[in-house]
Write a protein that binds this ligand. Structure first.
Ligand code: TRP
Length: 355
C-alpha cells in the first residue's frame, strides 16, 4: 500500500495547513440542512443566505442531510420530495456549482461508514449531555420505545459529515454550537488515540439572522409546526399566504418600532427586515419612526416577497428541467473522492485490513 500524503495537522482550524491529499487555498466550510419539512425563511436567512454571501471566501461543501432526517418519524412518501426542495433552494438561492460542492448526504456512503467508526470512539456520556437530544426525548415523555437510537446518535453522524471533508469552519445556527463542540472533542480524541487524522473544526455562528424565530410564537425558533399555524413562512408559499402570515405575526401592545430584544415579536420581524434589506438598525428605526405596526408589516411583507420572487423563479426552472438531478450527481461525484480519502486514512489509523 502506498501512502502519498501526510495526514493533516491537528492544530485548530485557523492555523491549519491543508489537509491530506488536498490543496485548498481557502479555508474549507461544510454545512447542511435537514430535509424534515419544506424549507422556510428561517433556513434561508439563518443558513443558506449566509453560505451564499460568503461563498467567495471559502472552499465550500454543502449537503442535504437526509440521513439525519430519518432520526425522527419521517414519511417515506415525502423524503425524496423534501430532499429535492432543500437542494433546489440551495441552488436557487445562489450556491454556484462552480464555487460550491452541493450534494445529498446519502449519495456519499462514506458518511454512514465514518459515522459507525466514530461511534466506537465516542463515549455514551458525551451524547447523553446533548441538549437537543434531551429536549427531543423529553417531548416524547422520555419514553424509550419512542426515541430511536439514531436520534441519540445524531451528533456522531454530524461529526462524520464535518470531519470527512476536513472542514475548518462549520457555519451553523446557535442551536448547533454544542454539536460542533462535540465534533471537536471527537476529532481531538481520535487524533490523540490513533494519530493525527482530522482537522479540528470551529463553529461559525452568524450575528443577525442566525436565529429567525417563529411568527406566531416568537420565543420558539421558526419551524414548520402543526400546532402553530403561521409559525413559519415557506419559501415556496403563495404570496397571499406569506402576506397573511406576516400581517398576523405576534407583536406586543407597544407602539415604537425599535430593535429591543425584550420584545421578541417585533425584534424578530425587524431582524428579518435587517437581513433582507442589508440596512443598518438605526436606518431601519428611522424609516419607521412615525409608522405603526401595520405599515411596518406591510413593508416587510413586500420586502420578503420581492426577495423570494427571483429565488422562486429559479427554483421552478431547476425543478422542471432535470437540471437539479444533474447538479446533484455532479456534486456527489466531487464530494465522494474527498470523503473517501479521509475514510481511507481513518481505516488505516484504526488498523483495518485495507482492500
Ligand atoms: N444538525 C444540523 C441542524 O439541525 C444539520 C447538520 C447535519 C449539519 N450535519 C451537519 C450542520 C454538518 C452542519 C454540518 O441544523
Amino acid at each position: 500500500m502506498v501512502t502519498t500524503a501526510e495526514p493533516p495537522s491537528t492544530t485548530t482550524a485557523a492555523t491549519q495547513p491543508p489537509p491530506a491529499g488536498q490543496k485548498p487555498t481557502r479555508p474549507r466550510v461544510l454545512s447542511g440542512v435537514k430535509p424534515s419539512g419544506s424549507p422556510h425563511l428561517g433556513n434561508y436567512l439563518g443558513a443558506i443566505k449566509r453560505w451564499v454571501d460568503a461563498q467567495d471566501q471559502y472552499d465550500n461543501f454543502f449537503c442535504v442531510v437526509d440521513l439525519h432526517a430519518i432520526t425522527e418519524d419521517q414519511d417515506p412518501a415525502n423524503m425524496a420530495r423534501l430532499t429535492r426542495e432543500v437542494a433546489g433552494l440551495y441552488f436557487a438561492a445562489g450556491l454556484d456549482p462552480k464555487k460550491s460542492t452541493v450534494f445529498v448526504q446519502s449519495h456519499v456512503p462514506a458518511h454512514a461508514e465514518l459515522g459507525w467508526l466514530l461511534n466506537c470512539v465516542t463515549p455514551m456520556g458525551w451524547l447523553e449531555r446533548m441538549t437537543q437530544y434531551k429536549d427531543k426525548a423529553a417531548k416524547q415523555g422520555d419514553n424509550r420505545e419512542r426515541i430511536s437510537v439514531g436520534l441519540f446518535d445524531y451528533p456522531v453522524l454530524m461529526a462524520a459529515d464535518i470531519l470527512l471533508y476536513q472542514a475548518h469552519y462549520v457555519p451553523v445556527g446557535d442551536d448547533q454550537r454544542q454539536h460542533v463542540e462535540l465534533t471537536r472533542d471527537v476529532a481531538e480524541r481520535f487524533n490523540r488515540l490513533f494519530g493525527p487524522t482530522f482537522v479540528v473544526p470551529e463553529a461559525l455562528i452568524g450575528e443577525s439572522g442566525a436565529r429567525i424565530m417563529g411568527l406566531s410564537d416568537p420565543t420558539k425558533k421558526m419551524s414548520k409546526s402543526e400546532d402553530l399555524p403561521g409559525q413559519s413562512i415557506g419559501i415556496f408559499d403563495d404570496p397571499s399566504d406569506i402576506r397573511k402570515a406576516i400581517m398576523r405575526a405576534t407583536t406586543d401592545s407597544q407602539r415604537d418600532i425599535v430593535f429591543d430584544e425584550s420584545r421578541p415579536g417585533i425584534y424578530n420581524l425587524l431582524t428579518i427586515f435587517e437581513v433582507l434589506s442589508g440596512e443598518s438598525r438605526p436606518a431601519i428605526e428611522a424609516r419607521f419612526e412615525d409608522k405603526g405596526y401595520g405599515d411596518f408589516k406591510k413593508a416587510l411583507a413586500e420586502l420578503v416577497l420581492d426577495s423570494l420572487a427571483p429565488i422562486q423563479a429559479r427554483y421552478k426552472q431547476l425543478m422542471t428541467s432535470g437540471e437539479l438531478e444533474h447538479l446533484l450527481r455532479e456534486g456527489a461525484e466531487r464530494a465522494a473522492p474527498v470523503a473517501n480519502e479521509t475514510l481511507r486514512h481513518v481505516k488505516n489509523a484504526l488498523g483495518f485490513l485495507v482492500s
